[in-house]
Design a protein around this ligand. Structure first.
Ligand SMILES: *[C@@H]1O[C@H](CO)[C@@H](O)[C@H](O)[C@H]1NC(C)=O
Length: 112
């Protein structure tokens, strides 16, 4: 916690990946907080075989389902870890709006 003028409090934001912040939780909301991974897994359980994304490759539409999106994101996460990504570190994704961008973004979250 941070202390100023004798008052200590949990800050609401930080620029340090390993420091603590106070979560702004709306207690009037009945939704139980879940992780991005839990939310994605629930989506795969409900909508696994349905299309999640479509993109044009060489003039042809290529579609991937939520189950494929999830699997590819897991693969990206494992690849980032294999390449040396550590928990609370960052991934910078340089690229255009594409399935690879989204798979990398979710993969980075899955890798912690
Ligand atoms: C995703 O991975 C699981 C576990 O390896 C496999 O059973 C499933 O067939 C895969 N699904 C797709 C759509 O690739």
């Amino acid at each position: 916690s941070e202390c100023r003028n004798g008052l200590c409090f949990e800050p609401l934001w930080t620029t340090f990946a390993d420091s603590v912040v106070k979560l702004r939780i709306d207690h009037s909301c009945s939704q139980i907080p879940i992780t991005v991974h839990q939310m994605f897994k629930e989506t795969v359980d409900k909508y696994g075989p349905l299309n999640a994304m479509a993109s044009k490759k060489n003039g042809e539409w290529e579609k991937i389902t939520f189950a494929e999106y999830y699997n590819l994101s897991l693969k990206a996460a494992k690849s980032f870890l294999k390449l040396g990504l550590e928990r609370f570190h960052s991934v910078a994704i340089l690229g255009f709006n594409s399935p690879e961008w989204f798979i990398s973004a979710v993969g980075a979250i899955f890798a912690g």
